[in-house]
Design a protein around this ligand. Structure first.
Ligand SMILES: [Zn+2]
Length: 264
């Protein structure tokens, strides 16, 4: 059901910097899938927890059970209401767990819940401050909130990545000037991805991260399937085409960059 793709990536070449294998959709297949992914070239996966509760515990569990799984933990803007005010002490404790390498997924989402903007800004800022205190990179979600996201990043200047980057070339320049990385996933294979293609063209080799956002954002031609890290080879192939590189080179750059950022 999941691994309907030829294993085209060389062994140990894929670094999926953003996945959600804690998602309920994987409950029946998680073990099989996670045991099989390395056969498809997957060398590292960072599971991004979206809360300090069940999601964090499931992600930490996967890091414990699978050598190649690492974890990021943060409260996602869409989980604001479930969580109430941020429990900074609990998040701090979770972030000190072995193999937790970043604060994320955190950020702003004005697409689904623009009415919670003030609370989102407060939650995001608190987590940026905590990441800096703990000297951890951040993994940032920005949906229809480019200006506010940039403003807070410029104020706190964390290390980290803008995941599933959806901004313009101008915004990419601002993000790069802050020393941050840009996460590119399946969206780059979509027909309407014109803005992202321009960003990929100008993106320096040392700032690219690859990601799936599994189970979401499955690349073409696998739309309709549940996304998994093996599909990164398809995303890498499209980036290779845009930049005039080999697939191996794209995978290697993204792997080196992610290892540097997450100190793995
Ligand atoms: Zn995500």
């Amino acid at each position: 059901m999941f691994l309907d793709i030829e294993p085209i990536a060389a062994p140990n070449t894929i670094f999926d910097s953003h996945a959600h294998y804690d998602d309920d959709i994987f409950d029946d297949v998680r073990e099989d899938l996670l045991q099989t992914l390395p056969k498809y070239g997957v060398a590292y996966v960072i599971n991004n927890a979206v809360d300090c509760k069940e999601s964090a515990q499931k992600c930490i569990g996967m890091s414990h059970d699978y050598d190649y799984c690492y974890t990021a933990i943060g409260v996602h803007p869409l989980n604001l209401e479930d969580n109430g005010p941020l429990d900074t002490a609990l998040l701090t404790e979770l972030l000190k767990t072995p193999k937790v390498v970043a604060v994320g997924e955190i950020g702003l989402d004005y697409h689904y819940t623009p009415e919670t903007k003030p609370q989102q800004l407060e939650l995001f800022e608190k987590q940026l401050i905590l990441a800096n205190e703990l000297k951890l990179p951040v993994i940032v979600h920005d949906r229809e909130a480019h200006a506010d996201t940039l403003e807070l990043l410029e104020k706190h200047r964390p290390t980290g990545v803008l995941h599933c980057f959806s901004g313009s070339v101008e915004m990419a320049r601002d993000v790069l000037n802050l020393g941050m990385y840009i996460g590119v996933g399946g969206v780059v294979t979509f027909k309407n991805a014109k803005k992202l293609v321009e960003v990929v063209k100008m993106l320096p080799d040392d700032r690219l991260l690859l990601e799936t956002d599994a189970p979401y954002l499955t690349p073409v031609p696998y739309r309709g399937k549940i996304c998994n890290s093996a599909y990164i080879s398809v995303t890498a192939a499209r980036i290779a085409e845009i930049k005039g590189y080999s697939i191996d080179k794209v995978l290697e750059l993204a792997l080196e960059n992610a290892k540097r950022l997450y100190k793995i």
